[in-house]
Design a protein around this ligand. Structure first.
Ligand SMILES: [Zn+2]
Length: 401
């Protein structure tokens, strides 16, 4: 029993699904959301509608169930006049600290070919792996398709866990909200009070450098940890009970499948230490230092964290790049999240019929691998079908619910 979409555009189908979702969605906004700018892109429009502000959640809910957003954001900044269209006249009062980890930026992911990228022509189905702008067959503008495997998202999630640990333990901020972006990454929002919310870009840049460890920081740490001075004892690895970077390094050493003595030492479980143990540990540290530093460097997007006027995707809103929910991870517990259709779908049990518009390579979407050819039709669960539709490589033809 399906409603044919021939008379109804595919966007109208999504409009209904999104509206039902937004009428009851548990949108996670800061308590002081009335001093935040709300911005959205509608399902139909290309442009962003900015400088909105609402004094109650129900006002916001009314607005977004009337004009359905494809993307919904709020400002990390707090303003005296959030709805003022002039950034200068908004009167900035301070900003939260925002982190963004994109699976695309996880080095192991790109090395292991976890990212699929190509260009395609929506009109004639032409696909190209090289970076060309125009379709050589029909002259249309080519669109870009980018897909990240589930295992890369897993890796990004593990970095989110490390990031949460650093923010809690080293920066000592404790009002944190973690969420899936609804696409291929994770967000961590750190709500700040005075005086920390007044941190300027310079200070935020220093935080980025501490978390991300650029090359010069990495070289410095490496040299420092491995420095052999004549006539002095062999340097020992850092311990978990140390602070800062040393603690981060010790934690990585402990989690790695390396020498048992090292793992005991960093955890503070080694009561006696012989010279040969010390020497052995030094060798282990020397062997693994590059790998350890790589694991300690959290691939956050510097631009996002430095920006004091960043627009944050509302946790639990729908991401219009995929149709998935930007799922809020409860209690900062990463085991609470998995790429599961029950967490990502705004509505249970919806099946969509789609027609594939181009020849697709094998794609692992969430937990299932698909390989489709142009013209093929399929009835899929909401999450899979919507992913392909919003990515522009499939057309919605029918709803089965
Ligand atoms: Zn073409």
């Amino acid at each position: 029993m399906g409603n044919s979409t021939s008379s109804q555009s595919w966007l109208e189908v999504y409009e209904e699904i999104f509206r039902r979702y937004y009428s009851r969605a548990d949108l996670l906004l800061p308590n002081d959301f009335y001093v935040r700018e709300i911005a959205l892109q509608t399902l139909y429009g290309e442009n962003y509608i900015r400088h909105l502000s609402f004094s109650t959640i129900s006002e916001l809910r009314r607005a977004i169930t009337e004009r359905i957003p494809r993307h919904l954001f709020y400002s990390s900044a707090k303003y005296r006049e959030p709805a003022n269209t002039s950034m200068d006249e908004k009167q900035w009062m301070g900003s939260d600290l925002v982190f963004d980890i994109d699976a695309n930026d996880v080095e192991e992911c790109t090395l292991e070919r976890g990212v699929t990228t190509f260009r395609f022509c929506k009109i004639c189905g032409y696909t190209a792996s090289e970076n060309i702008k125009q379709c050589p067959k029909c002259g249309s503008l080519l669109l870009k398709f980018e897909h990240v495997d589930n295992r890369c998202i897993r890796k990004a999630l593990l970095y989110l866990d490390k990031l949460i640990d650093v923010v809690l333990s080293d920066l000592n901020f404790n009002v944190l909200k973690a969420s899936f972006s609804g696409h291929r990454g994770f967000h961590l929002i750190v709500e700040l009070d005075q005086p920390f919310d007044k941190m300027n870009q310079e200070t935020r840049r220093a935080i980025v450098s501490y978390i991300k460890l650029d090359e010069s920081a990495a070289t410095y740490i490496k040299t420092h940890l491995l420095k052999l001075d004549k006539g002095r004892a062999v340097p020992l690895p850092p311990k978990i009970s140390d602070g800062g970077i040393r603690r981060r390094i010790a934690k990585e050493l402990q989690s790695m499948p390396i020498d048992e003595v090292v793992r005991k030492y960093v955890a503070g479980q080694l009561s006696k230490l012989s010279f040969s143990d010390a020497l052995r540990m030094y060798k282990v540290l020397e062997t693994h230092i590059d790998d350890v530093i790589k694991r300690v460097s959290i691939p956050i997007d510097p631009k996002v964290t430095i920006d004091t006027t960043h627009l944050v995707r509302v946790p639990n809103s729908i991401n219009g790049k995929t149709g998935w929910i930007a799922y809020n991870i409860k209690k900062l517990d990463i085991s609470e999240f998995s790429m599961d259709h029950s967490l990502l779908s705004p509505e249970e049990g919806v099946k969509l019929k789609i027609r594939i518009d181009i020849d697709l390579p094998r794609l692992e979407i969430i937990d299932t691998t698909f390989s489709f050819t142009r013209g093929e039709e399929a009835v899929l669960d909401y999450v899979y079908a919507s992913y392909l539709v919003f990515k522009g490589v499939a057309t919605l033809t029918d709803v089965k619910s």
